[in-house]
Design a protein around this ligand. Structure first.
Ligand code: MEV
Length: 441
């Protein structure tokens, strides 16, 4: 059977489903039914969702969960989280509750600068380029007036344009590095439109500038695109408390509070020293961050890419969080770049992203940075707390029990018995299968 097709994108959704099921699925009718059923009941809403991507045949469901009791800068939030991993939301909620009684989370935006680049090659003398750059910069800024007017009215726009010289690494290679303030929007389209305009102006400038050689008139723009590395779009979230506040938690583990606090700090320190541990440690942070980023219609790939580059900014990949225990005070902190938006993009188009923002009190981008960083810190706190005490499997497998029961097609009665039985038993796939076999026989 020929499985390639020309003009797939031109088919109607129904035709796409039919073709797909007929060519790639063992049970054609079941696949057709499945795909046809994963549609929003309101065609207008489905139309909007279909518009987010191309060749859309169905919606892909993920849990939309809430982590309540987050106190951040004195304000209470119920935080929407979209994630498929068992125990992430439970861990975030539990950490939120723990810190609720210890002053909550604190967060501060340290910067909101976004960046974009025009990469170009120019075959002239670098000193000459540096000398004419001030004139070029004025013309570049002037050329974008119509594109930046709206953003300027909202308090943003182009902050600066720098000439970056890579000549010493790659002959003739330079870049314009432009910095932007995009207020409450993530600003990708704004930045990319401005960059493309800057690129046009740059090429025109060299063709018209007096006294250049023929070769120097020929600047070659290779590409113009925002940079997802925004180290100055940064937020710090932290929690702190006297170490005695860990007394109850420590007692349950047969420890004293100070030992628990120090072990926690050591676990974080290990993630600063060793990239293998740092990667997993930071993955735990992004369990929380990505879930909020997705729920609010932001771009989690951009957020992750940026954070991991930031984690390696001194040449070694390290933990994004840090911990100190000094003078009887435990302090746990996360500093993370988060280029988020609360207007534009999917934020108002995706019905649940819009609702997420409403649940969060329609925050500004800065407030959303604070909330998201606090959730990342909470997630990291929950993971490290488990790792240094019970280990994560106990909680994780308890939560995963539901998935195993669903996988084994347990009835509601069987599931209830299993939940009861496994309260004090180690959960594993085979143990659950054995338990079900026994009660079924
Ligand atoms: C699992 O998704 C995340 C953890 O591995 C994070 C960590 O080890 O810190 C528990």
């Amino acid at each position: 059977m020929i499985k390639t097709i020309n003009g797939f994108s031109k088919l109607t959704k129904f035709e796409k489903i039919k073709w797909l099921a007929g060519h790639f699925c063992s049970d054609e009718a079941a696949a057709e039914r499945d795909l046809a059923s994963w549609q929003h009941p309101n065609p207008a809403v489905q139309n909007v969702i279909d518009g987010f991507a191309e060749n859309t045949v169905a919606n892909f469901a993920l849990p939309f969960s809430i982590a309540p009791n987050f106190i951040i800068n004195g304000k209470t939030y119920a935080v929407p989280m979209v994630i498929e991993e068992s125990s992430v939301v439970a861990a975030a909620s539990s950490a939120a509750k723990f810190w609720q009684e210890r002053g909550g989370f604190h967060a501060k935006v340290l910067g909101t600068v976004k960046l974009g680049q025009v990469h170009f090659y120019w075959p002239g003398n670098p000193d000459k380029l540096r000398a004419i750059f001030p004139e070029l910069k004025v013309q570049l800024l002037d050329s974008c007036g119509d594109l930046t007017a709206n953003m300027q009215q909202r308090g943003g726009g182009i902050i600066d344009i720098e000439l970056i010289d890579f000549e010493f690494v790659e002959p003739e290679y330079y870049q314009l590095r432009a910095s932007f303030e995009t207020c409450d929007s993530m600003g990708a389209n704004f930045i990319n439109s401005v960059l493309e305009r800057l690129a046009e102006k740059l090429e025109e400038f060299f063709t018209l500038y007096p006294g250049l050689s023929d070769a120097e008139r020929d600047a070659e723009v290779v590409m113009s695109i925002l940079s997802n590395y925004t180290p100055n779009c940064l937020v710090r979230a932290w929690v702190e408390c006297p170490i005695d506040s860990f007394a109850d938690l420590a007692r349950k583990q047969g420890m004293v509070a100070a030992a628990l606090a120090h072990r926690f700090a050591r676990a974080v320190r290990i993630a600063q020293i060793d990239p293998y541990r740092a990667t997993t440690h930071n993955k735990g942070i992004y369990n929380g961050i990505d879930a909020v980023v997705l729920a609010t219609g932001n771009d989690f790939r951009a957020i992750e890419a940026c954070g991991h580059t930031y984690a390696g900014r001194d040449g070694q990949y390290r933990s994004l969080s840090s911990c100190s225990v000094q003078n009887g005070i435990f302090r746990f902190e996360l500093e993370i770049p988060l280029a988020l938006g609360t207007v534009g993009g999917l934020t108002s188009l995706h019905p649940l992203a819009k609702l997420s923002l409403e649940i969060l009190g329609n925050p500004s981008a800065n407030e959303l940075m604070c909330i998201t960083a606090a959730v990342g810190l909470a997630q990291n706190f929950g993971a490290v707390r488990s790792l240094i005490t019970t280990g994560i499997q106990q909680g994780h497998m308890k939560m995963h029990l539901t998935n195993i029961l669903n996988h084994l097609s347990a009835s509601p009665e069987e599931a209830a018995s299993a939940q009861h039985f496994f309260q004090n038993q180690t959960v594993s796939f085979s143990a659950v299968r054995g338990f079900l076999a026994e009660i079924r026989s």
